[in-house]
Design a protein around this ligand. Sequence first.
Ligand SMILES: [Zn+2]
Length: 97
Amino acid sequence: MEPNENIKMQRYLIETPHSAQDCKLLIEQVYAMGYLYHFDWGCKVGVHSGWAIIEAENESDARLAVPPMVRNKARVIQLNKFDGDPVFFHASQSEHK
Ligand SMILES: [Zn+2]
């Protein structure tokens, strides 16, 4: 398959809140889908959520990394980086006042 240069991959943070009851099943499903390596979990300290940063073409593609059982509850957030220029940072902050 030829890589399509028109498609720019974006980075997405995926958050998968779930109940303690769903924990084992969810992790099994993430494992079965091949995404377990990407995820970090709060489960051992009682914060039942997993987080991963993945690359995808768009938000709906990123959401496919989430098993169907939590797909509706999952948050998928497109990430950007700032370049660290303090002038730019202050300008963009004051726009929201
Ligand atoms: Zn859990």
